[in-house]
Design a protein around this ligand. Structure first.
Ligand code: ADP
Ligand code: MG
Length: 348
């Protein structure tokens, strides 16, 4: 049988880790990315560089691959849709259309009877003034935000005078909550009621960027069960295929809220490479390429530390402990706030 050639849109660290995992499963990978220096080109079989809206590149990509997945959710919907008309895209493009927009995403979650923080669509300054109950709050662009980009903290209505906000884009204003914990649930859905789920992962963010993730999460059992239940409901409602991550907030009163859904493998799931017999990446590939579903088991507890900016320099050439695993994404330039690599420690 000829090898499957899986197309992956996006060539960052998630694309790299998917391509590495694909090798083990004997799956060929073709990565299409708009970054000439995309690190995943070090690991894939074919690399196509070009704009995600360039019709020649899209054609070349479609001709090269058997089926397609993606490593980030901000790929233009039209591109996903066009590819999907010729080669299957998993997770399906319609899912991304919901998730790419914070308003659609939160409406979808609430319609399932699952709680999110309070929010309102904001199109102009007066919309904020009319929703004073959401202040202190965070103003977030509806589309294209990540790692805290496109967000403004509104501590008081008076702050608005000093903020330069471009209302050509739509925003949501989201009530700021007293965060006790942040967790995520990573799961891989293969088919209707057929999935593998990892236990909730506890995450610490600094300056809105993920710094550390660990299992087990130090939260009540009820919250572990509820977060898993909600993640499963979301994946079923989306008729999802592949690995999905649901991010949650827990406030000081132990209320659970869904923050957002990532329709892809997720940074907080990196520790599954070393903590589990099957990682989030392998499970994703198994689901989208229709390989066997293996019973996913935890082997170790673990913590993962993101190496951001210059942090990476400490670990390049450093001697590691027996329980430490170092990943260098081999990005061309070190930049502040850029995720450069990660370190995972496992524990019995
Ligand atoms: P991004 O899409 O950039 O990841 P998020 O909405 O997940 O944006 O926000 C990034 C981080 O900012 C969260 O992980 C959390 O630490 C903080 N944050 C976001 N929204 C709220 C909120 N409503 N209340 C308190 N903290 C928040
Ligand atoms: Mg987030």
């Amino acid at each position: 049988m000829t090898k499957v050639n899986l197309g992956i849109l996006g060539g960052g660290q998630l694309g790299s880790l998917l391509a590495i995992s694909a090798k083990k499963l004997n799956i060929k990978t073709t990565i299409f990315c708009d970054d000439k220096n995309a690190p995943a080109q070090n690991y894939c079989d074919n690399f196509i560089f070009g704009d995600y809206e360039d019709s020649e590149c899209i054609k070349q990509f479609i001709n090269n691959v058997d089926l397609v997945t993606y490593e980030f959710e901000n790929i233009p919907y039209e591109t996903l849709h066009q590819i999907n008309s010729q080669k299957k895209v998993h997770p399906k493009p319609e899912i991304n259309r919901i998730i790419q927009n914070r308003l659609f995403e939160k409406n979808f979650i609430n319609d399932l009877g699952i709680k999110t923080t309070k929010y309102k669509l904001i199109k102009k300054v007066t919309d904020i003034e009319q929703n004073e109950d959401l202040v202190p709050g965070l103003l977030k662009t509806c589309t294209l935000g990540y790692d805290g980009k496109g967000q403004f903290k509104i501590n008081a209505i008076n702050d608005l005078k000093n903020l330069k906000i471009d209302f050509k884009k739509n925003f949501i204003l989201e009530k700021f909550i007293d965060l006790k914990k942040e967790i995520s649930v990573v799961l891989t859905r293969f088919d209707k009621n057929s999935f593998e789920i990892y236990e909730p992962i506890e995450n610490i963010h600094q300056e809105q960027i993920l710094r550390t993730s660990k299992i087990p999460a130090d939260i009540k059992n009820e919250l572990k069960e509820l977060s898993k239940k909600w993640a499963i409901s979301i994946s079923e409602a989306l008729d999802y295929i592949g690995t999905l991550c649901v991010e949650f907030f827990i406030d000081n009163q132990d209320n659970l809220y869904v923050n957002e859904i990532a329709s892809r493998v997720h940074n907080s799931g990196h520790l599954t490479i070393n903590s589990h017999n099957v990682s989030q990446f392998e499970n994703h590939l198994r689901a989208v390429c229709k390989l066997d579903k293996l019973n996913t088991k935890k082997l170790y507890n673990a913590e993962m530390i993101n190496l951001i900016g210059n942090d990476i320099l400490k670990y390049r050439n450093a001697k590691l402990q027996d329980n430490e695993f170092f990943f260098d994404y081999k990005k061309k330039d070190i930049k502040p706030k850029r995720k450069m690599g990660h370190l995972t420690r496992i524990f019995k």
